[in-house]
Write a new protein. Structure first.
Length: 236
């Protein structure tokens, strides 16, 4: 009788062991897949993102054309950093100081860095779930370890949503100002950067008073980070 009971108990444990084994294998496969794409996208441009794909499905078409960072006006890169992540050159992907400031102030605006936004756009999805945020927090340091700051900023400037169906600086520069991205003025760059928190409800070519005020602040910030060296990691 004792042997039969022991045998039955072993059979009850096996399904749990099987589930744990396959859960571990699934986790390792996911880590390996993410690692592969992190390495791949360090040299190959991401063909699409979840947001671009979903917007193309919703609208029927989107406007995006990839351009290297060398073909984007340096003031545009500085404007985006000033607007979204002024300590971009000083953190390893997670800006602890910014997160603390958000918590202390009780701000509705998140403390996400440009690196985190790139991870969210390229590897994950847009909702505010804890799972997505946890994955973002885990993947971001790996991206920072493999990609250069210039590469992170280049990807961001090419996949960021800047209007209804408008993705990336090249499409935004043409759509709003009818210029190439390397011809953007400091004012135009600041206006584009001012769109980023709410690109569907703001316009760079017909900016509201609030957008103009925000753009003026961004232009000042872009000049400041150039003067104090906080743009050094992405400007050769």
């Amino acid at each position: 009788m004792a042997k039969k009971k022991k045998s039955k108990s072993k059979k009850k444990i096996r399904p749990l062991q099987w589930l744990r084994r396959w859960a571990l294998r699934g986790l390792l496969a996911f880590v390996a897949l993410i690692g592969f794409f992190i390495l791949l996208y360090s040299v190959v441009n991401p063909p699409t993102t979840h947001t671009i794909w979903s917007e193309k499905h919703r609208l029927g078409d989107i406007d995006q054309e990839w351009v290297p960072l060398e073909e984007i006006a340096p003031v545009m890169a500085r404007a985006v950093v000033a607007a979204e992540d002024a300590r971009f050159c000083q953190h390893w992907g997670i800006d602890v100081q910014a997160v603390r400031a958000v918590l202390d102030e009780g701000s509705q605006r998140g403390g996400s860095t440009i690196s985190q936004q790139v991870v969210k756009n390229v590897f994950l999805w847009q909702d505010r779930s804890w799972l997505r945020k946890a994955l973002e927090t885990l993947i971001t340091p790996a991206v920072e370890a493999v990609w250069s700051k210039r590469r992170i900023l280049e990807v961001y400037l090419n996949v960021a949503e800047m209007g209804e169906g408008i993705f990336g600086v090249e499409a935004a520069a043409r759509s709003y100002f009818d210029v190439a991205p390397d011809q953007l003025s400091s004012r135009q760059a600041a206006l584009l950067a001012a769109l980023l928190p709410a690109p569907k409800s703001r316009s760079a070519s017909r900016p509201s008073a609030a957008v103009r005020r925000r753009a003026a602040q961004i232009a000042d910030g872009a000049a400041t980070i150039r003067a104090d060296g906080r743009a050094a990691c992405f400007e050769d």
